[in-house]
Design a binder for this molecule. Structure first.
Ligand SMILES: NC(=O)c1ccc[n+]([C@@H]2O[C@H](COP(=O)([O-])OP(=O)(O)OC[C@H]3O[C@@H](n4cnc5c(N)ncnc54)[C@H](O)[C@@H]3O)[C@@H](O)[C@H]2O)c1
Length: 273
């Protein structure tokens, strides 16, 4: 989709971090923007920053199919259509895999995986009907490698990568003019390490783990900003690029994983290469 001006973008997780930066970058391109998040206060603050284009903001829990359906309906009704969909809302959870509770899995799979699946199900038929559009799914570099101490998060992000690849193939098989990108950043300073703030009380609480502090430090030290990542997304959508690995320095670890698979070696720790 090389021309963005006047088109409509829908972004989940738009109240903070990467979603906020993408929404503002799309508005700067002249797109009308629909914003969704569970954090309505910060979502409205982002909406207040958007001038000169149409916008709407809605409380949406992406793990709930009906809420994502309602978001798609409202986007089309209020902004006159939808062309670019960013399934971006996500949460992080640290700890060894055997320490993950049932409720931990329900929360992280619900937001990070089912949230993306819900967005694809709710929006793709609209893009197919107009035979124009683009879907950006936010995965992570943790969808391409498997660093220790964040296994449940890696599971969801690897799933988002394969979901996006399969979606791409399904759309090509139909001959549809609907593009797909999968965003795979490494650490970017956002509020991702404080994901607990949005965990619904009926899904329990995240236990404190030694990896929490490591994650917080790593996220804070990220070399690219959310705005840098948003610029990379705009460029990828315009160019129709599928993989968007924003941090070039991590490519060695991705290559090492692929080599370990092909050479049938024990997996190397990507953080120790
Ligand atoms: N920051 C990083 O280092 C990094 C790296 C790779 C991938 N990512 C991914 O980027 C995406 C955005 O994260 P971020 O870094 O901007 O973090 P963030 O915490 O700053 O923003 C995430 C947003 O998602 C919202 N959210 C949480 N649960 C939700 C739900 N159930 N329904 C709707 N919205 C919900 C939060 O309220 C928040 O506004 C996530 O998918 C994350 O996994 C982040």
């Amino acid at each position: 989709m090389d021309r963005l001006e006047g088109k409509v973008a829908a972004v989940t997780g738009a109240a903070s971090g990467l979603g906020r930066a993408m929404a503002l970058a799309f508005a700067a391109e002249g797109m009308h923007v629909a914003l969704a998040d569970v954090d309505l206060k910060n979502l409205h603050a982002v909406r207040d920053q958007i001038k000169g284009v149409k916008s709407c903001a809605m409380r949406v829990d992406v793990s709930q199919a009906a809420e994502v359906d309602a978001f798609a309906e409202r986007t089309a009704a209020e902004l006159g259509g939808v062309h670019l969909v960013c399934n971006n809302a996500g949460v992080s959870l640290s700890g060894a895999l055997w320490e993950m509770s049932e409720l931990d899995w329900e929360w992280i799979l619900g937001v990070n995986l089912r949230g993306v699946a819900n967005g694809v199900r709710a929006f793709t038929p609209r893009l197919l009907a107009q035979d124009e559009g683009h879907i950006v799914n936010t995965a992570s570099v943790a969808g391409l490698i498997s660093p220790p101490g964040m296994g449940a998060y890696c599971v969801t992000k690897h799933a988002v990568v394969t979901l996006s690849e399969a979606l791409h193939h399904d759309l090509r098989e139909r001959g549809a003019r609907v593009g797909v990108s999968v965003l795979c950043p490494a650490y970017v300073p956002t509020a991702i390490a404080e994901s607990e703030r949005n965990r619904p009380s009926h899904l329990g609480a995240s236990r404190k783990t030694p990896q929490d502090a490591t994650l917080k430090k790593a996220v804070a030290s990220g070399k690219l900003s959310a705005d840098d990542v948003a610029r990379a997304v705009v460029a990828a959508v315009k160019a129709g690029r599928f993989y968007v690995p924003t941090h070039a320095a991590i490519k060695g670890a991705i290559r090492a994983r692929m080599e370990d698979v092909l050479e049938e070696r024990l997996p190397r720790d990507p953080l120790r290469l």
